[in-house]
Design a protein around this ligand. Structure first.
Ligand code: PMP
Length: 356
């Protein structure tokens, strides 16, 4: 093996926002069957460590171009966390105040990160679910004349995934097989944008969409009722609370509807929450890949496909964010703060630095 050396990026960056995107596709070695190639697209390489950094810069810059967002105007959005963290990073870099509405059920570190990045966080009751936090953001925008980001409806969402995420996948798999692409959905921006690109440029690639086993909104076949702007007018009847944060809100977003209507996926595979958590833990402990619960969920589906696939099959799974965002959630539930029995045995196996 040659020595590991690096050469730099070959350029200087003008702003943190210029480091968004161009995330690496990384081979999974120990957890993958030998006869297939299993890759993950690691969105935690984005500056605020999630796929939503792409959406955040797109919403802000497209609104600036249209003149919808005025210099210094407050931005408001309903978000389960990653969009808020991405928007907080972009708004801090560009000098816009940000107010985020968020159901109190989402992890505490998400709120703290947004506040650390200079945003204000308004919590909404967990009984009102995703629908409640969206309503609150709409009210605040109307009352105060703020710019509402509309992540679940805006065209700037799928657009950025078409122009960046999708293009990156095309470039990285140029001249190579790509048999399966696996993704879940929150807003549906990833699947709609990447779907547009793969359907056109790589029609042989099978697109697999996943959703929580206990909240199969797409799988239910029940259409979403919407208001005139495409936003949901009621919650979806197939929704149940699930632990895969960032996935499947309690309605079918307008952005996702394109992927459903235009058949951007070949299979719809449900994943139980505990399976998602188990695979996120395995990716960390057995591959050194630190991703959240939704990353564990997409990887669980990709692994299931890999186990039944013919030799040489190439699979790519989206890993939307970092595992570090889940320290207070069930993902880290069995990770001790104090020394375990094994660790205590190691401590007492040599005479130095004994603790009581
Ligand atoms: N996983 C996590 C952790 C997320 O925050 C999101 C975005 N809400 C997704 C997956 C899904 O991405 P998209 O909104 O593009 O469907």
């Amino acid at each position: 093996m040659t020595a590991r050396t690096t050469t730099g990026q070959g350029k200087l960056y003008d702003s943190i926002v210029d480091t968004i995107g161009n995330t690496p596709c990384i081979r999974v070695n120990r957890l993958a069957p030998d006869n297939v190639r299993l890759y993950v697209k690691a969105e935690f390489f984005n500056p605020a460590a999630s796929v939503k950094d792409r959406l955040a810069i797109s919403i802000i810059e497209e609104a600036e171009k249209r003149g919808d967002l005025k210099p210094g105007q407050t931005v408001v959005e309903a978000t389960s966390g990653n969009t808020g963290i991405g928007l907080a990073m972009v708004c801090a870099a560009k000098g816009y105040p940000l107010v985020v509405t968020m159901a109190e059920s989402f992890s505490v570190e998400r709120r703290k990160l947004m506040r650390f990045l200079g945003a204000k966080v308004v919590l909404t009751p967990k009984e009102l679910k995703g629908f409640g936090m969206v309503q609150k953001a709409v009210e605040l925008a109307q009352e105060h004349g703020w710019f509402l980001a509309h992540q679940f409806e805006t065209k700037d969402n799928a657009l950025v995934h078409e122009n960046t995420t999708g293009r990156e996948i095309l470039a990285d798999f140029k001249g190579r097989r790509l048999d399966y692409f696996v993704s879940g959905y929150g807003t549906g921006g990833t699947i709609a944008g990447v779907g547009r690109v793969l359907r056109k440029e790589r029609p042989e690639t099978k697109i697999v969409l996943s959703e929580p086993a206990n909240a199969q909104l797409v799988g239910s076949g029940i259409p979403q009722e919407r208001g005139p702007d495409g936003a949901p007018s009621v919650g979806h009847s197939a929704f149940e609370p699930h632990p895969i944060q960032g996935w499947t809100p309690d309605f079918i977003p307008l952005v996702l509807q394109e992927a459903i209507d235009k058949h951007y996926y070949d299979a719809l595979v449900p994943v139980p929450g505990p399976t998602a958590i188990e695979w996120s833990r395995k990716l960390a402990a057995e591959e050194g890949i630190l991703t959240g619960i939704s990353g564990g969920a997409t990887f669980a589906v990709a692994h299931q496909i890999a186990e039944q696939a013919e030799d040489g099959t190439t699979i790519l799974a989206m890993l939307p964010d970092t595992g570090e965002r889940y320290l207070s959630t069930p993902l880290f539930e069995n990770i001790e703060e104090v020394m375990t029995e094994d660790e205590r045995a190691l401590m007492t196996s040599t005479p130095g630095y004994q603790m009581g």
